[in-house]
Design a protein around this ligand. Sequence first.
Ligand code: NAD
Length: 369
Amino acid sequence: MPTHKLLLLPGDGIGPEVMAEVERLVSWLNARGGVTFNVETDLVGGCAYDAHGQAISDETMKRALDADAVMLGAVGGPKWDGVAYDVRPEAGLLRLRKDMALFANLRPAICYPALADASSLKREIVDGLDLMIVRELTGGVYFGEPKEIVTLENGQKRAVDTQIYTTGEIERIATVAFELARKRNNKVASSEKRNVMRSGVLWHDTVAALHKREYSDVELTHILADNCAMQLVRAPKQFDVIVTDNLFGDMLSDEAAMLTGSLGMLPSASLGAADASGKRKALYEPVHGSAPDIAGQGIANPIAMLASFAMALRYSFDLGREADMVEQAIADVLDKGLRTGDIMQEGMTQVATTGMGEAIIAAMEAQAA
Ligand code: NAD
């Protein structure tokens, strides 16, 4: 029976509350047989700082590097607002991303039919939406040097950020996008600004060459990033996979996310390079933060966390059928009218975090029966 090493880092605020629902689901899968998850749990963020003065310890980092996949809840909160910059809760997350060399950020935007009315767009535009933004996460203008503010001789200041991409960096993120597309609807839109940026020209040409060489079975289009932003609100269902750089990906993924309603619904994955056996380092986390305003009340929406686990099933453990079951179960409970407070609508039934988690497992049991 395949055995997978899973590291859970619940973190702060509502992190442990939503992670408890992942634990419930993992126990269910383990009891069902066919696959075994060996689960370890550790500290990251403010709770790690309280325990040993660091946002993540070397020991925890070692466990993360050794795991087949890492699930992260959320980090931070007002309690740690005053701590030194290099040990603040977010530093734990940044170290995980850096040491695991996670260069590909996957942000799906799925609009469940039952929640289509909660979108700021018209139902017919978002109902059934299922797209994936693949954002380059470790290069580009956020990291390029020089990166500075200098004082000029005339007393003015000048700020510089530098957009840098190499063909290797572009190829590896485009490869992730093409591979994903093959498992979805086989379409990639590559987004850049080749009309005004040299890095955009290289991005375009590199993606086009890779496509011709290795992925000509996938439908590829090139779209300027400003047009992509527009098309996302005009007709988002035209897209399957969008691949783009760090800066444009930051904007476009948030824009796409909001097409679907609440923060409590949005999962993400960050992947590293494939090793010789094809395995990638991987971190899965909800897009939302630690929600200190509702922490400790047991009312947080666990769907983003559970959908992040579904991504782990699909991308780290090759358990696509089980991933489909989780996603279908989420759609089923929403269809039945169950809602946590953040997505509550008139005439629906409000449930707490555990109520939602239990209902999702019951829906999976119903599918399995
Ligand atoms: P947040 O995402 O924590 O919360 C924003 C709003 O959305 C709040 O009203 C919250 O109650 C609500 N919300 C978020 N997730 C929810 C869920 N699952 N169910 C129901 N409601 C939910 O963002 P924020 O308030 O800006 O940040 C709070 C803390 O989280 C800060 O310390 C911030 O630095 C941190 N943060 C961490 C991460 C991360 O760990 N990746 C991401 C963003 C923010």
